[in-house]
Design a protein around this ligand. Structure first.
Ligand SMILES: NC(=O)c1ccc[n+]([C@@H]2O[C@H](COP(=O)([O-])OP(=O)(O)OC[C@H]3O[C@@H](n4cnc5c(N)ncnc54)[C@H](O)[C@@H]3O)[C@@H](O)[C@H]2O)c1
Length: 426
């Protein structure tokens, strides 16, 4: 490492932290710190468990990976990118971010800046994180160390919107800190937006994902209504989309750990201050029930089409929570699979070009096949719009199926292109 370069720690090397650490290491000496030994061992071998970076991007002379928190003491900028999930009751689980603050606090040197990138509710940085940092460092905020908040907006699997070209919102506890952070982020990101306060930056992130969740919920509600009216929602959206101010959203499953989770951080905070959110929770509820709704529709189609059949072979296409990404945490396709696998007389083959087959077998006991079998399936369910599926022709699809088959296409991928009578969409 070059000792004359500013030293930065990135705490939590997942979907957000690893690409950030790698980008920063082109300009600074970086410590990639993670509490998971397994993760560090993989990274030291040049393997990215999130499947985003190549070996040469992970391993370079400016980056050091470690589980040793003492090394944080030797760095002046500490960027926190640990998960902020919800618990089983959809309440924010801030134990991970608090733990990270404890570790950082125990190893914090004077005049450092701690920057949070994890998604949080407005106020969490100042009300919770700073207190933990002060407690374990025995240092005083604003006198001995400073704070920044800069939400991450990356979209794993998205080749167009990446770390470099997504506008970065940054905020800090004073002007000097803000200018220091701007200089650092400007090295790796084209456009920087300076938010007037930490709370504004926290709130901005949370409403971006909440807005998306509500809009998808509206589409899902419309898809339920139109399906009962026998009107195709996608045809309706195409027609309505010709108006200049009609927003383009589609119905679908909202899983993962951002859009389906972040609104709960906002509603938690709202309830804490005595306001009970209406629209946000209603949208969440609708989106959370969508898997069950689609499963019931599919089950009905199966009954209609194969009433007398003893055994039905089904091909499920896509099991990750979204397209072109290997992440299956909080995946709605997994939920769909679980509901479907409870049915009698069916055999399911799951296919997904991205998912780590060993990991998903270990986590959910789902066996993912290498390739669908020719002429095997009575029905196909398209759950995720991976780019490999976008390339398929109707002939490709047909070759995997028996003479009589139908497709349940929840992404409107095949229906839109092939317009075949045996393809049903939502
Ligand atoms: N994944 C996304 O697409 C995305 C996009 C924008 C924002 N975010 C937000 O960014 C944050 C991180 O998400 P992610 O998807 O990168 O998470 P992740 O689960 O992929 O990675 C988090 C990493 O943090 C490590 N970790 C946990 N606690 C730690 C600790 N105390 N000390 C050191 N390491 C620790 C874990 O071992 C893991 O490697 C979350 O707040 C998330 O909401 C995620």
């Amino acid at each position: 490492m070059h000792s004359n370069k500013l030293k930065i720690s990135v705490v939590g090397l997942g979907y957000v932290g690893l690409p950030l650490a790698a980008a920063l290491s082109k300009h600074y000496e970086v410590l990639g710190f993670d509490k998971s030994k397994k993760k560090i061992v993989k990274l030291l071998k040049g393997n990215d468990p999130t499947n985003q970076l190549r070996s040469k991007e992970i391993l370079n002379k400016n980056i050091k990976y470690s589980t040793n928190p003492k090394l944080i003491n030797n760095t002046k900028i500490i960027i926190v990118t640990v998960p902020t999930p919800v618990d089983i009751k959809n309440k924010p689980d801030i134990s991970l971010i608090k733990n990270a603050c404890k570790t950082i606090g125990q190893n914090l040197s004077k005049s450092s800046i701690v920057v949070f990138e994890s998604t949080v509710y407005p106020g969490l940085t100042e009300e919770v994180c700073i207190k933990v940092l002060e407690k374990y460092s025995k240092l005083k905020w604003k006198k001995d160390f400073n704070i920044g908040y800069s939400p991450e907006r990356i979209n794993p699997g998205d080749k167009i919107h990446n770390l470099e070209n997504i506008t970065k919102v940054i905020s800090a506890d004073n002007k000097k800190t803000l200018i220091t952070l701007k200089k650092i982020y400007k090295k790796i990101i084209k456009k920087i937006f300076l938010a007037p306060s930490i709370r504004v930056a926290e709130a901005a992130k949370i409403i971006e994902n909440t807005q998306r969740d509500i809009n998808i919920a509206f589409m899902n509600e419309l898809s339920i209504i139109f399906s009962k009216l026998n009107i195709n929602i996608h045809d309706v959206l195409q027609a309505a989309g010709t108006k200049w101010n009609f927003l383009k959203f589609e119905p679908g499953l909202v899983g993962g750990h951002c859009i389906g989770v972040d609104p709960y951080y906002l509603t938690y905070k709202a309830k804490k201050i005595g306001y009970s959110p209406k629209i946000i929770l209603s949208g969440r509820n609708l989106n959370d029930n969508m898997t069950r709704y689609l499963y019931l529709r599919y089950k009905q189609l199966l009954t209609e089409k194969f009433k007398k059949q003893k055994k039905i072979n089904i091909l499920l296409m896509g099991i990750t929570f979204k397209e072109n990404c290997n992440d299956f945490r909080n995946s709605k396709p997994v939920e769909f699979y679980k509901l479907l696998s409870n049915l009698e007389n069916i055999k399911i083959d799951v296919h997904d070009p991205y998912v780590d087959k060993k990991e998903i077998k270990k986590e959910y006991n789902i066996k993912v096949i290498e390739k669908p079998t020719i002429k095997k399936y009575d029905s196909v369910v398209l759950l995720v719009k991976h780019k490999e599926y976008e390339r398929l022709t109707y002939k490709n699809l047909k070759q995997y199926c028996k003479e009589v088959f139908f497709v349940f296409d929840i992404k409107n991928l095949f229906f839109k292109r092939f317009k075949e009578k045996n393809i049903f969409t939502i």
